[in-house]
Design a protein around this ligand. Structure first.
Ligand code: SF4
Length: 72
């Protein structure tokens, strides 16, 4: 997952429909990008507060170890 959504997110939802693989979902209190994100980057142009940012190198290793559960 090369991108994540930062705390700047206002939960407007504008980016959700721009993802061709539906990798952005609402969470509490902001939106999140799922690990299946394939770096399509279509969503970036639709965030008016620039909340969609590359994942820092220091965080990539910990994110890649997250295993989805049956409950999502
Ligand atoms: S477009 Fe930006 S502010 Fe709106 S939900 Fe997506 S990440 Fe959050």
């Amino acid at each position: 997952m090369p991108f994540h959504i930062t705390q700047e997110c206002t939960a407007c939802g504008d980016c959700v429909d721009m993802c061709p693989i539906e990798a952005i979902r609402v969470d509490d209190p902001i939106y999140v990008i799922e690990p299946e994100c394939t770096d399509f980057m279509e969503c970036l142009a639709f965030c008016e507060v620039d909340a969609i940012q590359p994942v820092p190198e220091t965080e990539k290793e910990s994110i890649s170890t997250i295993t989805p559960t049956a409950n999502g």
